[in-house]
Design a binder for this molecule. Structure first.
Ligand SMILES: CC(C)(COP(=O)(O)OP(=O)(O)OC[C@H]1O[C@@H](n2cnc3c(N)ncnc32)[C@H](O)[C@@H]1OP(=O)(O)O)[C@@H](O)C(=O)NCCC(=O)NCCSC(=O)CC(=O)O
Length: 529
């Protein structure tokens, strides 16, 4: 029962002060939520309530709630006797570092955060408002999926969310924060958004839970084993960021928002950098071994080049052979794509291609210039990769780069072989500026492999095949694989001193700031899937 049910007959005459007092009483009831016990149960699970989460996300005192007093009108299964304010989702807007952000947060204490018709239409409204205002939308998800008692109305409610997610895609940043068990419909919407955050132990995402899995396939697995944060951060790639607790997770959402524009018509916010644009880095000469087969940590190279050594890795633990990160160069946000030689030698495989393709696409949608660092031995050969569709997955990355109209700069640190060289933003697919360090080797393949193919007969017929192979490798290297082969042909714009990399990139970005490129008019492309 609520105050309205008990005491108020709408339209009953009463003075303004009486009405205002009544409003405050109703509001207090809506703000308090269902019961102290339900709040304690939520806290006992290591979870915050929806309002506590919103407070952490937004600047203090800026939350403006919408439809706080909304209640469902469903009947049956006892629902008519249970009509809590909010209907299990808190919606509204506020600011993050002074910029408008829209938010909806499931209240697990009400129907387990399950989505019914009124609940869904509240979300639809806030999504429409976010699209119209051109401001990011953050969902704080803690809901049990479709509200079973409301049947098809609940399912249709999800449909309306998915349709809006898709309409908003590439228009406003959409961030899904998973903070509880999210099953079925509750897991599909996040998959349509730009970024998914999860918290270890307390959040899960799956299409069907462990009970259904066991009934259908006979497999036994826990909720976390099936769809916990580590699974989605490392194995499936469904989530981009995973943290140990809600406070850290929500603080990182705020950080991510500080790197994104409000919408696709704006640039990401620029800040004044105290890190000198012309800072030289002698360390870079030692970080990257000249021997192309020796691994090193590309993250350290990025750290050395970007402002204050700070960058936010996206999908840090999935497809570790490629790094995708947001950082700043002289205060300007950039997206960095870089091969990681210390994982699988930095090859491109199915997962790395998918990861980088989505990232490049996101950067392009939100006006974030892309800087690509290459040190790539090629695509990963193998039956698994071929049968898994490396051709179409690799094509996703190619398509994403070819389609990107934001400023694009690539830098070849060491080796860049074959198709992987072309795909990783080579000049031939539209990079605006391409640089190489003097240690670069750009070729169709490594010298050993090349000699074995093109000098096969000479090597086989030689008295000393090994000596002949060694001679041919040397010949191939000196002819084709020296650092200036590409520069002489204009296929890199310059060979640069590695210690000056930061300054060259900052200057290039400044020049490209006013870049404008149009693609031919079309409904949309047909990217490989
Ligand atoms: C989400 C859970 C793991 C959470 O388990 P917990 O033990 O923490 O909590 P709990 O089971 O006590 O649930 C808390 C309260 O929420 C209610 N509740 C839970 N799920 C509900 C749902 N889907 N619809 C309506 N009410 C629901 C419970 O009855 C309970 O109410 P009270 O407090 O009154 O006792 C579990 O509740 C669960 O598995 N729910 C079903 C999930 C599901 O199958 N959803 C449909 C997805 S299909 C879908 O969305 C479309 C599709 O993909 O096809």
């Amino acid at each position: 029962m609520t105050v309205l049910d008990e005491a108020v007959s709408p339209g009953e005459p009463t003075d303004a002060r009486g009405r205002v007092a009544e409003l405050h009483e109703i509001r207090a009831q809506a703000l308090a939520g269902p019961s102290e016990k339900a709040t304690e149960a939520q806290h006992a699970k290591g979870k915050l309530t929806a309002r506590e989460r919103i407070e952490l996300l937004l600047d203090p005192g800026t939350f403006q709630e919408v439809e706080q007093l909304r209640r469902h009108r469903a009947t049956g299964f006892g629902l008519e006797a249970k009509k809590p304010y909010s209907d299990g989702v808190i919606t509204g807007w506020g600011t993050v570092e002074g910029r408008t952000v829209f938010v909806y947060a499931h209240d697990f204490r009400i129907f387990g955060g399950a989505l019914g018709e009124a609940h869904a239409t509240k979300i639809h409204k806030i999504m429409d408002m976010a699209i119209a205002a051109g401001a990011p939308l953050v969902s704080l998800n803690d809901g049990a999926g479709a509200r079973i008692q409301e049947g098809v109305s609940a399912l249709a409610g999800y449909g309306g969310i998915f349709q809006r997610n898709t309409k908003a895609s590439g228009v406003i940043p959409q961030i899904s924060v998973m903070l509880g068990p999210c099953a079925g419909g509750a897991a599909y919407s996040p998959a349509l958004t730009d970024f998914v955050f999860m918290v270890r132990e307390t959040s899960q995402m799956f299409i069907t839970g462990p009970d259904v899995v066991k009934a259908v396939t006979g497999e036994e697995i826990t909720q976390n084993g099936l769809g916990g944060a580590d699974v989605h951060a490392e194995t499936s790639g469904v989530c981009h960021f995973a943290y140990d607790d809600e406070e850290t997770c929500i603080a990182e959402v705020r950080y991510l928002l500080s790197l994104l524009p409000q919408n696709n018509r704006e640039n990401p916010p620029r800040v004044d950098s105290t890190d000198a644009a012309d800072r030289r880095s002698d360390v870079l000469l030692d970080l990257v071994p000249a021997d192309g087969n020796r691994p090193y940590d590309m993250a350290k190279v990025i750290e050395e080049i970007v402002d204050d050594g700070e960058f936010l890795e996206v999908h840090e633990r999935w497809a570790r052979n490629i790094i995708c990160a947001l950082a700043r160069l002289d205060g300007q946000v950039v997206g960095i794509v870089a091969n990681q030689p210390q994982s699988l030698a930095g090859v491109l495989d199915i997962e790395a291609s998918e990861k980088a393709a989505r990232f490049v696409q996101m950067c392009d949608a939100f006006n974030i210039p892309i800087v690509t660092f290459l040190d790539v031995p090629g695509f990963l050969p193998g039956v698994d990769q071929e049968h898994g569709g490396i051709i179409r997955h690799g094509a996703k990355l190619l398509y994403a780069y070819c389609n990107a109209t934001v400023p694009r700069i690539s830098l070849i640190l060491r080796k860049a072989y074959g198709g992987a060289y072309i795909v990783m933003d080579s000049q031939s697919i539209g990079a605006d500026l391409t640089y190489a360090w003097p240690t670069n080797e750009i070729a169709v393949m490594g010298a050993e492999g090349a000699a074995n193919v093109i000098f096969r007969r000479q090597i086989a017929e030689a008295e000393d095949p090994d000596a002949m192979r060694a001679r041919m490798v040397k010949e191939y290297k000196s002819e084709l694989m020296h650092p200036y082969y590409a520069a002489e042909r204009g296929l890199v714009d310059d060979v640069i001193d590695p210690t000056e990399t930061r300054e060259v990139l900052v200057r290039s970005l400044a020049m490209l700031q006013t870049k404008h490129a149009d693609l031919p008019s079309r409904k949309h492309g047909n990217p490989p899937q």
